[in-house]
Ligand binder design. Structure first.
Ligand code: ARG
Length: 333
């Protein structure tokens, strides 16, 4: 009689997807006509139709897993508006619009701010634009009760103070932790660090980052906060592999980040590979295209359990489909 031994992955918490609300902007006017980060080369052509198709696939990938995606109207003359993550930061139902570093992107702040006055944004309180230089979720990443705040290239320390005040972080029990970025290729925090699991459901907080993108002091801060973080190497960082969106189970990331995808599987996540090769030419990937909108959960009397139960029901099918796909992919290797 033959015996089959199944190699179980390294022990980890049970991952659960929870439904999210995202804001995205189609790359209708996307182009690379100026260079404000080392990835941008205005002499290399951009295929806008291809960018649109790739962007649609990302949006469909979110919707297929039960997430709500709203879309902001793109504006001509704002080729970087596709990077919705930079439009602002929305925590606890409070929406603060960005103030951009470079004049090329300045008009995006007011555009995103105006969106918070529209019907699909009714669950969010519009706070207006930041006074200090602040590039939204490009530099501000929420991990449970910690708001990681990048600085060094774009968002300033003064902006961190403004964000803490205007989003009333202390009242929400959220602590802001500044992190200094030092490599110009990783000019936004979301190019150097991924938030994978805030621990709300699983009890285990998981982030991933590329240590060399951070100052020695920031590296020490990260080691202290997240001793079990996934450390991502130079190759996966250089395809902007860290620029991911996670719903707690599915991690939407560049299909080029192979080792990182394997590490995610080992920790119980389901990587969903996305091809954004055109949008990459502007120096961004999955996360850059996605602004997460977080409603104020304290004022709604929706018990937390309902949310989780609902998430489980809505997403169970998608999870099973993903598990089957992952198994198939595994056997094809
Ligand atoms: N070209 C844009 C810039 O340099 C890319 C922004 C990418 N967005 C992001 N969240 N990292 O500002």
């Amino acid at each position: 009689m033959t015996q089959t031994t199944v190699q179980l992955p390294q022990t980890h918490a049970q991952r659960t997807a929870t439904p999210r609300h995202y804001l995205m902007c189609p790359p209708t006017y996307f182009d690379v006509v100026y260079a404000i980060n080392p990835w941008m080369d205005p002499t290399s052509p951009v295929d806008t139709a291809k960018a649109l198709a790739q962007w649609e696939a990302l949006r469909a990938a979110y919707e297929a897993r039960g997430h709500r995606v709203d879309v902001i109207e793109p504006e001509p003359g704002l080729p970087d508006m596709v990077y919705a993550a930079n439009g602002g930061i929305v925590v606890g139902g409070r929406a603060l619009a960005a103030r951009f570093t470079f004049p090329e992107r300045a008009a995006e702040g007011p555009a995103y701010d105006r969106w918070f006055d529209t019907a699909p944004a009714s669950a969010y309180r519009r706070l207006g634009e930041a006074v200090e230089t602040m590039e939204g979720e490009g530099d501000l990443l929420l991990v449970g009760k910690v708001l990681l705040a990048g600085t060094g290239f774009r968002t300033t320390l003064a902006a961190h103070v403004e964000v803490a005040e205007r989003l009333e972080l202390a009242a929400q029990g959220i602590e802001l932790v500044p992190l200094e970025l030092v490599d110009p290729r990783y000019y936004h925090l979301d190019t150097a660090l991924s938030v994978l699991d805030d621990g709300a459901v699983s009890g285990e907080t998981v982030v991933a980052y590329h240590p060399e993108a951070f100052s020695p002091a920031a590296q020490e801060t990260l080691r202290g906060l997240f001793p079990d973080a996934i450390l991502v190497g130079a190759d996966d960082a250089a395809v902007l592999g860290l620029n991911v969106v996670s719903d707690g189970l599915h991690v939407f990331l560049s299909e080029r980040a192979r080792d990182y995808a394997d590490a995610l599987k080992e920790r119980g996540f389901v990587p969903v590979g996305i091809d954004l090769s055109e949008i990459f030419k502007g120096g961004g990937s999955v996360k850059c295209c996605t602004l997460e909108l977080r409603p104020d959960t304290t004022t709604h009397d929706v018990p937390a359990l309902t949310g989780t139960a609902l998430a489980t029901t809505v997403l169970a099918g998608a999870v099973l489909a993903d598990a089957a796909a992952a198994a198939t992919e595994e056997t094809q290797r």
